[in-house]
Design a protein around this ligand. Structure first.
Ligand code: ADP
Ligand code: MG
Length: 838
């Protein structure tokens, strides 16, 4: 008999003792090893075998765990999901009987061939949409279930396991259903032992005939399992794997893995996946889902949990898409697709499932975007601004250059937008240096010409000051204009930022309220209490993706009487598919061409052996009076470690490489005010070199900087590298960007660096980046206000277009989604947690 009571007793004792591992002589792990061995000999039922496996897996290295991990391991075993640990507490037999019923039901209902019969899986219909009546695909009891019920309400999930699931933010049944695998391991190819193909990933159904264990000199355990079927025998080799303890001679197992060579030309598996063949296969012999893990979660246990949740609850997912939309777009049913995205019978089923669920994401995002736009535009009217053409001509004449074609296009669209009562919502996207400021200035001018105010908000003090100076310089020409109309208009600017003294600030507030200031430029200080506008007509935000969403809507509310027009500018080139998802509620203008006469930055990859040459080159640039940036490698673990590395690098460069130069340091653990101080000092040429982590990214303008060296360049994405590179090349001088890869340069990394060496086109690079890395990493950080795409990829442009079309048709028919309560609920759920994009 497998003595579960004894196990429970010892584990509880250990827990009571505070997990100090002193209750059992020679340590708890000794007890566990012994218990596992005894239990295996006791002819365990499949359920018990799974328990043994879990115990072996979690507790055999107990002595080596730190105490929080000890507590977790013990709690997990004590409160393990019912399908693993039904026997605990002495009422074992009754409960495991119940469990067996369930697993039989699963078998009966599953489209997956059981291991034992293992027919080749039926190729499911590929071309026609499969929208089966719910009951045929669904799990045993399709009773309505509250999907927002906490995960702990799932049978078998105890408090401890629920806590582990927190690590992956699975808190409800619905969360678990939507916790999709990021890939599948294809273990679906079965062969007889002698027919296994060397080098391929294959599965085999066989009997364990022998098991031997040896130890290497440094104490590693090697376990060899001999498998046999009617065609022959083979080995499976495991290293330090406690899981294998549960395998015993006589057992029918399925093993899956890559077929490798074993010494004298025979074949073997090395550390294959395996499971007993007496139940529906979960970890082997099929398309096996692989989930992202976090904390102490383990793949197999999580997979088992999700399987049971999918089997029990996927069927309760109500279909929200109207049948005609599903038909037109060949989409499968929701419940069926959720099930198949986790546990597909074959690749094509998985693809169809992915397509359906990706469609859902795009569709719901588009509906959200449309209804936001609808709300916003219906809210309150804006003031139409129609500046006198003569005035605008006079203004263009004051500029020291001609607008580029793209600048003209943007200006034209903006002026058209603001001539309506319908509020403008426009995004101007243009690479660093493409000349967005003058476009913004033109819009501001049109508004103040009519006696209204404008505001321009930047994410940092230094950027705000930069805009203040830039706009002051542009508008200074007004006083010299030939046109009296223009001369009269000379805008009154005010700067509001952290550096402005309190007394001056209050004076500025008063002027803004009295309408004695036309354009307010500043940081988030603008939206702090106390700033009241007289007549706010236009809000411009620069580098908007740096802002929290809340800040943007607060600013909008400042214009209490009317609804201001809103113009957003970003220097992050965003591929169309991404901007449609993120900014789908905005109209978009692109500035793709650079003003003429710009010297393209020379970009070069430097071999790590040539680091000294790179330093010499920097030194020469500094000798010519220029300044340099050195970007430290990306450290993914934490900002703290990254800051530490930057501190060390700064110290090293200062002491060993550039002892005679002035080096400054900038990293993410500094306060915003500290960062601003350092950037200002660097701009004022108090330092020769700025050593920085990726926090440097924001559109800072230091025309005197002519060279940037990027360490660990292969670890950054293209878009980010391009942003870094944009820190230089802003002045007259020829500028340089040196890329230093890390020592372990991968092929993909090398490819990225070659792409960036060859192209200065931000949009092209953004497209490439998105292709290579996907949206999550695109910005380096998670976007505020953008719903996550879990299933859809931004490469799915065709599907995105289908979803857009359907969304706008549905929206046109029923903007409040009154006839589609399920969809309405989903849209509001999606967006409520993510905030307000506008
Ligand atoms: P960004 O898009 O990065 O904000 P800026 O507006 O700061 O770019 O413009 C970068 C530089 O290019 C400025 O010095 C600006 O005066 C200059 N510039 C802008 N438009 C033109 C143009 N059409 N022709 C020549 N120079 C221009
Ligand atoms: Mg700018």
């Amino acid at each position: 008999m497998v003595d579960i009571e004894k196990l429970t007793k010892v584990l509880k004792l250990e827990a009571q003792d505070g997990y100090q591992n002193r209750k059992v002589m020679r340590g708890l792990e000794a007890f566990i090893t012994n218990w596992v061995n005894l239990s295996l000999k006791a002819n365990p039922s499949p359920t018990e075998a799974r328990l043994i496996e879990m115990v072996a897996d979690r507790l055999t290295d107990y002595g080596m765990l730190l105490s929080p991990a000890r507590a977790q391991a013990i709690q997990a075993v004590l409160e393990a999901p019912a399908f693993v640990l039904k026997g605990v507490g002495g009422r074992g037999s009754e409960k495991s009987a119940e469990l067996k019923v369930t697993s039989n039901e699963l078998k009966a209902n599953s489209s997956q061939p059981s291991a034992v019969s293992r027919q080749p899986s039926a190729t499911s219909s590929k071309s026609t949409p499969n929208i089966p009546p719910q009951s045929s695909v669904l799990s045993p009891q399709p009773s309505p279930v509250d999907l927002s019920a906490p995960i702990i309400s799932v049978k078998g999930v105890g408090e401890a396991y629920a806590r582990l699931l927190e690590f992956i933010e699975v808190r409800t049944i619905g969360d678990a259903l939507y916790y999709f695998p990021f890939r599948h391991e294809d273990f679906s190819s079965f062969h007889k032992i002698t027919e296994l193909i060397w080098g391929r990933v294959e599965s085999v159904l066989a009997q364990v005939v022998d098991k031997t264990s040896t130890r290497t000199r440094n104490g590693k355990e090697i376990i060899e399992v001999i498998l046999s079927d009617e065609t022959g025998q083979m080995r499976a080799i495991f290293f330090n794997s406690k899981m294998v303890y549960s395998l015993k001679p006589g057992a029918q197992v399925v093993m899956s893995g890559r077929v490798e060579r074993y010494q004298n030309n025979s074949i073997c598996f090395k550390t294959p996946q395996f499971e007993l063949a007496d139940h529906e296969l979960l970890h082997t012999g099929r398309l096996v889902p692989i989930y992202h893990l976090a904390g102490p979660l383990k793949q197999q246990a999580l997979r088992r949990l999700i399987k049971s949740v999918v089997d029990r609850y996927a069927g309760s997912l109500p279909e929200h898409l109207p049948a005609d939309i599903m038909q037109r777009n060949s989409l499968d049913g929701l419940a069926y697709s959720v099930k198949n995205l986790h546990f597909p019978p074959d690749i094509s089923a998985k693809e169809r499932a992915r397509r359906r669920l990706a469609f859902d994401e795009f569709f719901l995002i588009q509906l959200g975007v449309l209804s936001k736009r609808h709300e916003w535009q219906d809210e309150r009217p804006s003031i139409p601004f129609r500046p006198d053409p003569g005035l605008m001509d006079g203004w263009y004449k004051t500029l020291p250059f001609e607008l580029t074609e793209d600048q003209r296009g943007s200006v034209y669209s903006i002026l058209a937008d603001i001539s309506h009562e319908k509020p403008m919502r426009r995004l101007v996207q243009g690479d660093v240096g493409s000349g967005k400021t003058v476009v913004a200035a033109t819009a501001l001018l049109a508004v103040i010409a009519q006696g209204f105010q404008g505001v321009m908000m930047a994410p940092t003090q230094i950027l705000a000051e930069q805009h203040f100076k830039g706009l002051s310089r542009i508008f200074a020409k007004f006083a010299e204009s030939e046109s009296a109309q223009v001369r009269q208009l000379t805008p009154r600017l005010a700067l509001l930022s952290g550096s402005v003294k309190k007394k001056d600030k209050e004076a500025t507030y008063a002027k803004i309220l009295a309408g004695e200031v036309d354009i307010v430029i500043g940081t988030t200080a603008i939206i702090q209490e106390g700033v009241e506008f007289n007549k706010l007509g236009l809000v411009i935000t620069d580098e908007q993706h740096r802002f929290g969403v809340v800040q943007r809507s607060t600013l909008r509310d400042k214009a209490n009487i009317t609804n201001p027009h809103v113009l957003t500018m970003t220097a992050t080139p965003i591929p169309r598919s991404l901007s449609l998802t993120i900014y789908g509620d905005l109209d978009i203008s692109l500035i793709k061409t650079m003003p003429p006469g710009r010297k393209p930055i020379k970009t070069k990859m430097v071999h790590p052996d040539e680091r000294d040459k790179a330093y010499d080159f920097i030194r020469k640039q500094i000798a010519k009076g220029y300044q340099a940036f050195v970007i430290c490698p990306l450290v993914e673990e934490s900002e703290k470690i990254e800051a530490k590395a930057a501190i060390d690098e700064h110290a090293r460069l200062q002491a060993d490489v550039f002892p005679d130069l002035k080096l400054a340091l900038l990293h993410g653990r500094m306060k915003p005010s500290e960062k601003d101080q350092i950037m200002l000092a660097f701009r004022d040429k108090q330092h020769d070199i700025l050593v920085a982590t990726s926090v440097i990214e924001v559109g800072i303008d230091i025309p005197n900087a002519s060279i940037i060296l990027i360490e660990g360049a292969d670890r950054f994405g293209l878009a980010q590298l391009h942003q870094f590179r944009g820190r230089v090349g802003r002045g007259e001088a020829q500028s340089y960007c040196l890329l230093l890869p890390g020592d372990d340069l991968s092929e993909a990394g090398q490819q990225r660096l070659q792409i960036i060496e060859q192209s200065n086109d931000g949009f092209y690079l953004a497209e490439q980046d998105l292709k290579m890395r996907g949206p999550g990493e695109f910005f380096g950080t998670r976007q505020s206000g953008v719903p996550d795409l879990r299933v859809a990829g931004l490469g799915d442009t065709d599907l995105l277009e289908l979803a857009r079309t359907e969304a706008s048709q549905l929206f046109a028919r029923d903007p409040d989604l009154l006839g589609y309560p399920l969809i309405a609920k989903k849209v509001s759920q999606l967006w409520s947690t993510e905030g307000d994009l506008s």
